[in-house]
Design a binder for this molecule. Structure first.
Ligand SMILES: [Cu+2]
Length: 126
């Protein structure tokens, strides 16, 4: 019986700690954020963030967009570093790769390569 009680306690604490992790996700815009404005505009095209940080993508446009990494500036290829889709008037979380300070990740939107303004942006590791 004590073993069973311990198991139940373990389940309860596991559940509680999961909840705490969810609360730790920042959707308030207080952490690093990347804003897409109405009219397919990268409103904050060049941002900086810590290595491995979670960036909140805030889409205020009525179209879905992506934040997709490039291998180099104006190389509109998907390199696999990240590729996050954000729904219209929604938010999404982008977890940056671990990288040394000064590393620049170039990104663009896969859906609107020709119509985003500007067409691409950068995320610099602090
Ligand atoms: Cu787009």
């Amino acid at each position: 019986m004590p073993l069973r009680r311990f198991f139940i306690l373990f389940l309860v604490f596991s559940f509680l700690s999961c909840g705490e992790e969810e609360e730790a996700v920042d959707t308030t815009g207080e952490g690093p954020s990347l804003v897409i404005a109405s009219g397919s505009v990268f409103a904050t095209p060049d941002i900086s963030a810590a290595s491995g940080a979670t960036v909140t993508i805030i889409n205020n446009d009525d179209s879905p967009h992506t934040v997709t990494s490039e291998s180099a500036e104006s190389a509109f290829d998907e390199t696999g570093d990240f590729d996050v889709t954000v729904s219209s008037e929604g938010t999404a979380l982008l977890t940056l790769p671990e990288a040394p300070s000064g590393t620049v990740f170039f990104y663009y939107c896969r859906f609107h390569l020709d119509s985003m303004n500007p067409s691409s942006g950068t995320i610099t590791i602090e």
